[in-house]
Design a protein around this ligand. Sequence first.
Ligand code: AMP
Length: 291
Amino acid sequence: MTEVIRAPKRIRRNVRSRQCRNLQVGFVPTMGAFHEGHRRLIRESVTDNDVTVVSLFVNPTQFDSDQEAESYPQDRERDLAIAREESVDVLFVPESDSIYPPGDCTRVEVDLPLTDRYEGAFRQRFFEGMVRVVTKLLNLVPAQRLYMGEKDLQQLVVVRQLIQDLHFPHRLVPVPVARDRKGVAYSSRNRRFAERDWQVAGRVCELLQELREVLQQQGDTDQLSSYRAEVQHTGMELDYLDLVSYPEFEPTDARDEKAVLILAGRIGDVRLKDNLPVHHASVREIESAIV
Ligand code: AMP
């Protein structure tokens, strides 16, 4: 049975009372419009824990405009059906004004160099708003484990720092990118793709995969600029295509064991974001190799 909770006070009480009974709680924060990627996170949590809490909140403060926030895909009925199907124990669906009540003015800043780069450079309010809401959610859901997708890799690094610095109890579990048959990473925003956009997205993913193989063989980054041009040629308006070291997000070369290809851009009015570790199948694998 999936219990739906709307009030912040109730969610914390609910989690605490389960922990008092020695139950392990896993937490999956989301903005809804569930797809296979969300299911992957939920399944990991259900496997690892006694109780899984999923939050569904379209966070207004992380978008660059009200219009962008309002047009974010939403499908509450379907989300609830999926939560039930996946054996989610608690679905936390707060109202915006219970998360941001009138007078709310506390800001939390993660001052890493990477918050100004890549996503930080192209989405002005993203990290500030994301950190603000994640701080509130982690405080309301003090679970033992927190599940986040590797698809949003920069976000994952920032949240890891936040957990460490603010002494949150959560252990962050990165979940590898879930992709469709053409290799396109599932995303709530992809629902807006027209038929032609799917073809462009498929081609971009092929190019990313191809570039990964080139980098594995050649070890230098000479080919990056020609692949940038090829990606733009598909019709994608490219924000960045770079090779960085995980988790620092500093430019690197392909001999680096921790090298990850990162890419983002617009296809029509939909933003596509992706990444591919060069020498490992996932970031989780990089983490276990370097520890
Ligand atoms: P969102 O609802 O888009 O904010 O995503 C909620 C969580 O799901 C985040 O931790 C995302 O990184 C993760 N996620 C979204 N898409 C995917 C995907 N295709 N594969 C793995 N995780 C994903």
